[in-house]
Ligand binder design. Structure first.
Ligand code: NDP
Length: 226
């Protein structure tokens, strides 16, 4: 049975990934700061494990890696992310806001990816996906979101670095653009439901080959230039 590892799966896009992979019969490993609501957890299949994970606390990542030692992961989806106070003008963006965005959206996924490398190496699919954003692209002209856009642009670059570093063992390092999705992050406004977005992203993940590694892929199957 294939296995998927997902961060930030207690709500929003991450929860929908957990639902869809579980419905498809995958083994599902969740890494959540806030535990999944019991009714959501109960609605998933039998083979679900949930670990405590806080992107701001390296010890939680280390603990997960220790518990998963020797276990293959076929697909990892590093989805947890924040967009704090997106409308702030530049003069009000603080070092604290910047640091939290960079640690949560860039450093934490990179750190976790490094810890999970041994598991991905022994997995079948070898897909390491990180949920990025169109907001990281220079083609995006909506203003503000300073810290968020910087952190997701850095995430894209780190994933491209990994695609080079890990090419020798066939890693497929993808960043993903979910579209504008109705979740708490967007005030439940957007063009897509989590179900529509995740269905598209799963198609991208499941058809990706090493030739696609290092690029930003949209839910619609298109490469997004950045
Ligand atoms: P939500 O706000 O619904 O979910 C965010 C998830 O990230 C929650 O599970 C949250 O956990 C988790 N998270 C935040 N901070 C931490 C942390 N320090 N440690 C562990 N988990 C954390 O938003 P979405 O589902 O929309 O967002 C998922 C991803 O998609 C994000 O990376 C986001 O940037 C990206 N994205 C979303 C878009 C959209 O339109 N919705 C568009 C483009 C990208 P908790 O409940 O504990 O806070």
């Amino acid at each position: 049975m294939p296995s998927v590892f997902i961060t930030g799966a207690n709500r929003g896009i991450g929860l929908e990934f957990a639902r869809q992979y579980s419905n498809a019969g995958w083994q599902v490993v969740l890494a959540n700061r806030t535990p999944m609501a019991p009714k959501d957890f109960a609605s998933l299949g039998m083979d679900v494990t949930e670990f405590h994970y806080d992107a701001m606390d390296d010890a939680t990542a280390a603990d997960i890696a220790k518990r998963l030692k020797g276990r293959p992961i076929d697909v990892a989806i590093l989805n947890a992310g924040i967009d704090d106070q997106p409308d702030l003008p530049p003069e009000l963006v603080t070092a604290e806001i910047w640091e939290r965005a960079m640690l949560t959206n860039t450093f934490a996924p990179l750190h976790l990816a490094a810890l999970l490398e041994p598991n991905l190496r022994i997995g079948q699919h070898k897909v390491l996906a990180a949920v990025s954003s169109l907001a990281a692209s220079s083609t995006y002209t909506v203003p503000r979101q300073f810290a968020y856009r910087a952190s997701k642009a850095s995430l894209n670059q780190m994933w491209r670095n990994l695609s080079v570093d890990w090419k020798d063992w066939g890693a497929i390092c993808l960043t993903l653009r979910p579209g504008r999705v109705k979740t708490r992050m967007t005030g439940f406004e957007g063009d897509l439901t989590p179900s529509e977005s995740v269905s598209g992203l799963r198609r991208v993940i499941e058809t990706a080959t090493p030739a696609e590694s290092g690029k930003l892929w949209g839910y619609d199957g298109q490469v997004v230039p950045w």
